[in-house]
Design a protein around this ligand. Structure first.
Ligand code: TRP
Length: 403
């Protein structure tokens, strides 16, 4: 097996492609995995997530660690149990700190490149849970600069509109307003900039190129951006005026940022930020990350109920071509987005396990699952939309105040 990095010098898009070329021709699953903060393609099966752990040098969430979480919080969140959060760095360290009486901050974010869909919500739902369990303050960064710089055909107004819409989604998640501050980069840059230049000074272009895949065609705004996303890792220390641990719940594609942040942290006198990494929630069409650029495969928080239903009912599944074959051979829940959505959002653990076996044995047909998912999603989105509307009056309360 040969791993190669491939750069696309032709256009301004940044490709840092991690491709596996396998001698085994039948192993399609590991071909063509591409992961950068700006681009994710590939078939994300468990095997490939394990490869990412190796590739990125992160850690599996071990049983010991799960037991430690249980000891502290009294339970294990299903998203950890189901391994949606599957990898980490220094989670054990930050839990030790907590046990020794040191509170940690949470830090997560959103790149406002479009409307929010269900795939985005899982890490935020989990972050809210952590906030409740650990009584943590949360910094939520909105990288409007990043998305402006990356998308060549986006103007500032388009981004501004997404910023506002996305903030409504963030607030609708139900974060505690007293503990949560939203940072919009272009608005709150004053608080980030002094930290960002400290970081920037310690990172060479050579490192940035190899970590992010920048090349000579990359615009220089993008090249200068990573320290802006790194800065909130250290902001808590500045705000609290003492070394403050930070835990970042985020999808694994954001990891390059944390690698460079961790490299410079100690040199600058900060703790390294800890991370807990999630998988991607695939679209309803196939196994790749749910993408806002394929609107027919994503359930947006702004979708009308009929649209939600229609998207779910026309979803890709792990089913057989005919009912007869399915009854005879069973279907494959491992590759089925309908199964995953039910599992991560709606099923209890018990129900999900039962669904898995009924599906595999051919006793469950795809129509039934799709129907259940459509019903649940319609209820979920309806409720979420109400909370989104209420959020309009709460924006000021949630915004970070520069000082
Ligand atoms: N770059 C992220 C995105 O494109 C947004 C982001 C900023 C973020 N800070 C973060 C995501 C911290 C997770 C954690 O979506």
């Amino acid at each position: 097996m040969v791993n190669r990095f491939i750069r696309d010098e032709k256009d301004n898009s940044i490709k840092h492609q991690y491709q596996n070329y396998s001698d085994n021709k039948t192993d399609h699953s590991s071909e063509n995995i591409i992961i950068t903060p700006w681009e994710v393609h590939g078939d994300f099966e468990d095997e490939n997530y394990s490869k990412l752990i190796e590739k990125f040098g992160t850690q599996h969430i071990s049983l010991d660690l799960i037991n430690k979480i249980k000891k502290i919080t009294g339970e294990v969140h299903p998203l950890i149990k189901f391994r949606y959060f599957f990898s980490h760095r220094d989670l054990d360290w930050i839990l030790n700190k907590y046990e020794n009486g040191e509170q940690f901050y949470l830090y997560t974010g959103r790149g406002p490149s479009g409307l929010v869909h269900m795939g985005h919500l899982l890490p935020w739902i989990f972050t809210k849970y952590l906030q409740e369990k650990f009584n943590s303050k949360l910094i939520f960064q909105i990288t409007d600069d990043e998305k402006f710089l990356y998308n060549m055909n986006f103007d500032r107004n388009r981004i501004k509109n997404y910023v506002l819409e996305n903030i409504l989604d963030v607030i609708a998640i139900g974060f505690n307003p007293e503990l949560t501050k939203i940072i919009v980069d272009t608005e709150h840059i004053k608080s980030l900039y002094p930290i960002a230049i400290e970081i920037a000074k310690k990172i060479t272009f050579s490192t940035a190129k190899s970590v992010f895949g920048f090349n000579n065609m990359t615009n220089i705004g993008m090249i200068g951006f990573p320290p802006i996303q790194a800065a909130p890792c250290f902001l808590p220390t500045v705000l609290e005026n003492k070394p403050t641990p930070v835990l970042i719940p985020a999808a694994i594609d954001q990891d390059p940022y944390w690698r460079i942040t961790r490299d410079v942290a100690e040199k600058l006198g900060y703790y390294k930020p800890a991370q807990i990494h999630s998988k991607f929630l695939p679209g309803l069409s196939n196994l790749t990350k749910m993408s806002s650029s394929k609107p027919e495969t994503a359930i947006f928080t702004t979708d009308e109920p009929e649209v939600v239903r229609k998207k779910v009912m026309s979803s890709f599944t792990g089913g057989q071509p005919t009912v007869e074959l399915q009854k005879k051979l069973g279907a494959n829940p491992d590759i089925c987005p309908v199964f995953w959505y039910l599992k991560y959002f709606f099923d209890t653990e018990k129900k999900s396990i039962e669904r898995f076996y009924r599906c595999r044995s051919g006793n469950l047909l795809c129509g039934e699952c799709k129907n259940e998912l459509a019903n649940e999603s319609v209820i979920f989105i309806k409720d979420f939309k109400k909370r989104r509307e209420k959020a309009r009056d709460k924006i000021a309360e949630f915004m970070f105040e520069s000082r």
